[in-house]
Design a binder for this molecule. Structure first.
Ligand code: SF4
Ligand code: SF4
Length: 129
């Protein structure tokens, strides 16, 4: 398994409305460090992600996802304060296979689920440091 290569598949699939709610911790972090993010949720009681701050309509694509020019990679404009659901992606190997996550490498097919989960946790720890 290798580190995330920013292919963007996860953000493109799950970044629109209907896939997640912000946690209390997310709200606390945004209040302190990035208050403009709060404009993209319905309310602190119903922290749906993400809504247009102008129309209130559900957004079908994450407003913080940007594509690098001239390359097939994406970046998150709020990476340092991204929601917990993003920070914890991928949840497991089944999800990685289902989503075509590019952290998986061809040789991973011969590894046990326990080994892959251990590698995933190590990579996630490094990326969250
Ligand atoms: S907040 Fe960042 S990590 Fe989460 S879906 Fe949007 S672009 Fe991706
Ligand atoms: S699908 Fe996997 S490799 Fe692609 S951006 Fe998401 S975590 Fe990274």
């Amino acid at each position: 398994m290798k580190a995330c290569n920013q292919c963007g598949k996860c953000c493109l699939k799950y970044g629109g409305s209907g896939y997640g709610m912000a946690s209390e911790k997310d709200l606390d972090v945004w209040t302190l460090e990035k208050p403009e993010v709060l404009n993209y949720i319905y309310s602190e009681d119903m922290p749906d992600m993400w809504l247009s701050p102008i129309t209130g309509d559900e957004l079908h694509r994450c407003p913080w996802l940007k594509k690098y020019p001239n390359r097939g990679q994406y970046y998150c404009r709020i990476n340092e304060v991204r929601p917990g659901v993003c920070r914890n992606y991928p949840v497991n190997v089944e999800q990685m296979i289902s989503d075509g996550c590019e952290m998986l490498e061809p040789e991973d097919i011969n590894k046990s689920t326990d080994t892959l989960m251990s590698e995933l946790q190590n990579l996630r720890r490094v990326s969250n440091e």
